[in-house]
Design a protein around this ligand. Sequence first.
Ligand code: ZN
Length: 318
Amino acid sequence: MQDYRQLFQRQSTTWPLAEKNYQALSEVVFKDLTIDHIRIRLQFNPGRMTSSAADTSKDAIRARPCFLCAKNRPSEQESLTFKAENASISEFQILVNPFPVFPQHFTIASTEHQLQAIHGNFKSFLQLGKSMEDCVIFYNGPRCGASAPDHLHFQAGSKGLMPLESDYGQWKKTLIWKGQDISVSKMEGLLRNGWVMEGPDSTELTEAFEQLLDLLKSENPASTEEPMVNLLCWYQNENWICLIFPRKAHRPKCYFKDDDTRLLISPAAVEMGGLMVAARREDFDKIGEKEIREIYGDVSVSEKEIDLISKKFKERKP
Ligand SMILES: [Zn+2]
């Protein structure tokens, strides 16, 4: 595989839109907050306005040409083929994201136009983590952050920017299950809830993930849609680390306010990872501990629900 870093180097210096936006990114403002010993990083990034305010309703999606399909992409946007092994979708294209949050930011789109879904594609997600070793790979479910819910895709961003990744080992987790080579733990005291899976065996990790997803689905059997989840994974010391964040809402209550308490924050995997992206300066200035607690409380499932599913996971039959 031709190196994705070369693709980045080329695109960020020869594609004017990407060049301009990556240059602008070097001037974005950051602010760190510490709440209950947990670090949250805020980024003021006006380039993300389109994404934060995106209308991802079914009607809006149907009405626009899909920007991840090769035929609709800007002519300057190059791609690199990524072949996944033993996956239901075998081929992806790595693209440089021209609206970055990270110093290197990629979108990895399926070659075919097909619905955003994690079932059957988790192994490809892990393989990307191993192949793009200086990046964190992330997945946003079709109803909780994906800007193209109709076209299967992942994203990848430079390591070192999301607190839960860069502070890994410093925040608490409680083991709930140990497999042959992998462990599944519950996140503790992070203001948002979820699980951490860790280990060197991608097959075992995939099985455990699919079982957790099935259990989440069984909580809402009438729904035909995928349970809302945001996922992060990265590869270090020959292990994958995967963070799973089940969601109960796409956007927090503050997003829908019509007074000056409105915050245009639309949390997806990056925000669950601890990097809050504010496209408006006023939101960046306004967000403090109270707002962070409310945002996570509004979109993350409760600890009670995580405990319930963890219990079912431990008691499941092999
Ligand atoms: Zn498409």
